[in-house]
Design a protein. Sequence first.
Length: 133
Amino acid sequence: MKDGAYFDFQAGVMIAVYFTKERYMLLHELIIGKLSFDQKMRVLERIPYQKQYKAIEAMPVIRKVQQIRNLLAHEYYVDQHHKKLNGANWISLFDDYPKSYEKPVKLAKRRMDRLFGSRELLEQYHPKVRHGI
C-alpha cells in the first residue's frame, strides 16, 4: 500500500510541476489531487517529453503495484483462494517474495525519481537550471 501511495503522490507532483511553475501546489491540491491514479499515469505517459525517459517503461510495474494496493484497500480478507488472484497480472511479483517484488518496484521508483529530477522538469520549476546557474 505504501508503494502505491508513493507512486500516486509523486505522479501528481510531477504533473503539477510540469504544467505550472508558480502555483503548482494549488494546481496539485485543487485539480491533480482529484485525479485517479490511472488518470495521473495516463497524463505522465502522454506528456510530450523532449526525450524518451525510462520512467515510461516503469508504468507496467507501477500499475501492478496499484492493482495490489486496490485489492488490499478494498477487500476485508485475502487468502490464496481469493477470486481476484486468479489470472492477476501482478501475481508474479510474489513468486519469490520479497526479491521478486522489491527488485522491479525499486527500479520503477528509481526511474520515476530520475524523471522527477530531470532537467526537463527542473527547468520548468527552477528557470535558473536552464542557464546552468
